[in-house]
Design a protein around this ligand. Sequence first.
Ligand code: A3P
Ligand code: MG
Ligand code: MG
Ligand code: MG
Length: 411
Amino acid sequence: MATFTVSSGTINSLTRTLPLTKNTKPHSLFSLSISLTLKASKFTLRASSMSYDKQLAAAKKAASLAARLCQVILLLIISASFLKKVQKALLQADVQSKSDKSPVTVADYGSQAVVSVVLQKELDSASFSLVAEEDSGDLRKEEGKETLQRIMKLVNETLTSDETYGNAPLSEEDVLAAIDSGRSVGGPSGQHWVLDPIDGTKGFVRGDQYAIALALLDEGKAVLGVLACPNLPLSSVASHNPQDPQEKVGCLFYAQVGSGTYMQSLDGSTPIKVHVTDLDNPEEAAFFESFEAAHSLHDLSSSIAKKLGVRAPPVRIDSQAKYGALSRGDGAIYLRFPHKGYREKIWDHAAGYLVVAEAGGVVSDAAGNPLDFSRGRYLDLHEGIIVTNQKLMPALLKAVKESLNEKASSL
Ligand SMILES: Nc1ncnc2c1ncn2[C@@H]1O[C@H](COP(=O)(O)O)[C@@H](OP(=O)(O)O)[C@H]1O
Ligand SMILES: [Mg+2]
Ligand SMILES: [Mg+2]
Ligand SMILES: [Mg+2]
C-alpha cells in the first residue's frame, strides 16, 4: 500500500486551529491526540486512494505519444538503407554524436520535447520539474538549425495526431524550451519527473529494443514508473520469433507505488497485471544483460551465472525493456556491471526499478543496498545493479559477492 506521511507541519497547523489553553485537562489532551490520529489515518486512506492517478494518466499519454514519434523516425532510418545515396545521407544526419561520443538522434530530442509538453499541458506546469537526459546545446548551434527544424516538424505532427491538442504548432523556441525543461537536478524534496526519452539509443538505431522511460519521484522515492517499449513483443521474449510477422510488438508497462505493475499494448489493449517469476531454482533461470559489452562486464555476469548454476545463455537486450521483460517473468535475473569509473544516471533506472519492484521483484546494487534516486542526476552505487525475485536474491547476492572478490584478487 502507498504510505503517506502526515508531516509534523500538518499536525502543527491542525493543532493551531484547536483551542489549547493552560486550563486544558490531560484527558482532553488524550482525546485531542486520538482525534488527531484518526484525522491523520483518514487522511492516509484518502491520500493513498487518490494518490498519483492523474500523473499516471498523463505519463502514459506522454510516453505513448513519444513512442509514436520514435517509431515514425525508426521506419525512416531503417528504410534509409534501401534508398539512394543522397536520401540516405540526409536521413543518417538524424543520428549524431554527443560530446561523450554517445549517439543521439532526432527521436531522442523529439521524444523529450513531446513528453515535456504533454506533462505540462496535462498537469500543473507551475510546479513542473523534469530531470531528463538530453539538452538543446547542439541544436542551438548554427550547424544544428536543420536538425532543429526537423524535430519541430516531427513534434508538431505527433502532438496534432492527438485530437485533444488541437492545432497550435510549437515554434523552434518552444521546442528548445521544452527540451531544456529537463535540466532540473532532482533531489530529495518535492516532486520531480525523470525521463530517458530514448533509453537504448544504440538499440533504437539498430532497430532492436529501446524504451521511453518516465518516472515520478516524490520526496526522493520513485512513485510512478512508465516504460514504453515499442519493439518488445507482447508475448515472452523467450518464445518470440522475430521472423513471424503475426507476432505483435509494442508494450506499455506502468506501475504506481502500492498498486502493482500492469502491461498493455501500446495501441491500447486492456491492461493486465504482471508479476515477476516465482522461480526458486537458479538452474532454470534465464538472465538478462546489456546487448552492448561496453555497458556491462559480460565476463563477470557469466561468472556469477555459473556460480548460481544458471544453464541458459544470457539474453542480451538493450534498454530498460529488460526491466519490463523481467517484471512479467520472461527472465528471472538482470545483471549490470559497468566498467570502472562509469556513473549510472537516475533516468536509466528509475522507471524500470518501480516496474520491477511493484511486480514483486527486488532491485539493488551489488552489495544489496536499495537504489537511491534522491541524490540528484546520478545514482551512487556499489559496483553494479542486480535484479531478481525475492526467492533468488540471497543466492544471487552470495554469487555476486564471491565473483567480485575473485575479480578483485585477480587484479
Ligand atoms: N560505458 C557505459 N557503461 C554503462 N552504461 C552505459 C555506458 N555508456 C552508456 N551507458 C548507458 O547505457 C544505457 C543503455 O542501457 P543498456 O546497456 O541496458 O542498453 C544508455 O542509455 P541511452 O541509450 O539512453 O544513452 C546509457 O545511459
Ligand atoms: Mg544517451
Ligand atoms: Mg538511457
Ligand atoms: Mg537516452
